[in-house]
Design a protein. Sequence first.
Length: 503
Amino acid sequence: MSSPKAFVDAIGEFEPVIGMEVHVELGTESKMFCGCPTRFGAPPNTQVCPVCLGLPGSMPVMNAAAIESIIRIGLALNCSIVEWCRMSRKNYFYPDMPKDYQISQYDEPLCVDGYLDVTVATADGPLTVRVEIERVHLEEDTGKLTHSGGSTGRIHGADHSLVDYNRAGIPLVEIVTRPVTGTGALAPEVARAYVTELRDLVRGLGVSDVKMEEGSLRCDANVSLNRPGDSLGTRSETKNVNSLRSVEQAVRSEIQRQAGVLAAGGRVVQETRHFHEDTGVTTPGRSKEQAEDYRYFPEPDLVPLAPSRAWVDELRAALPEQPSVHRARLAHTWGIGDFEMVSLVNAGVLDLVEQSVAAGLAPDAARKWWAGELTRAAGERGVDPADLPVTAQDIIRVEELIAVGALNDQLARQVFEGVIAGEGRPDEVVAARALAVVSDDGALLAAIDDALSAQPDIAEKIRGGKVQAAGAIVGAVMKATRGQADASRVRALLLERLGVEDA
């Protein structure tokens, strides 16, 4: 078995091509072809009926709200809305398909030929990449399988599998891009930026909550490699990647894996693959079917869709503000540039910053903590910043404590560390860890004297005019007080002690 190549070596030898297939569960009150509710988290198999279970004699009826939602998505993605299309039957035999076929669209999608511009940060500044949309089509979701008895939660090694049909029949929109070429080493970042932008766009339309952790937005990432000048290579499809961070990691991992296979003289197999968040690698799923394997044919129980031009124009006129326009407005309001805005988006914290500002936090403070310490903490734990148990009110309280001198930035980081560790809210962490700033001048002077005794040469340097040497004593006092001293106060007391004026 070949070993993955280092990413920089893979990019040096091969050109990556990516393509994204994103599935969005619509937030309609009822399912696509029946009146069953769509509430997430209901007890298994309690939101089902003869139609979504595919029982003999049951007949589907189209959900008008779902049709409106997909047209709005297509318009927001700059697609053309066709004047006539049909639903088709896609035949495949999986336990999560109660009818043994899925009502979907094949060669006649409702929305075609669109695009979405995404921006990624580079060393030379923000770079905008246009991702072309091939099609946006409507279908029904499948049920959900739970594999039990194994260590991985997958079917391999499981003792048995359980199926929940509550999700079967929920309206599902699939958004398929054309191959995205020319991104080079930025391919993983472009993939993440695309899913991020698409998520924000769909959420802004109000047609889905796009919660990846609940499966209402799921991404299949296609990756292929070819040497410069060659035709496109064989692609793999990493299925159901369920976080923005994992989208980037999965694409990066596949580039490295395929490069290792090709460099060793092997052949990339067209297949589906699974991404493992714990290891950051993909493993084989099943061989990838071709369209003819699904035996598509027109759905005989549904009439064609023919949205009127007047209705489409009405929906177009009512579209909300695009995410890119929204970001530009926020950047102007907050007084930040394009590069910082792209950094917030790429870090996955723009929504968190905006929510914190709406809760009453100053924009500068919201950006400082979410884009700095909290992003770092999330990275160390292998989660997205939004998954941290830190609220806007937590940050507001920490800033209040800093403002009154009860905390400094170093202690504040320890407070957030405690909140993330489940030790309580900020005041509880401060009390439990005894993190109050040392403000007693007597205690600070004693610590200064101890530091000067340990480093007498530093005192002479300061008296001799090298005031910058005070940093060594300030650092020693901060260490002695476990970061609980006010560094600026320590410096002032030190210089006063030595009879030296600050430069």
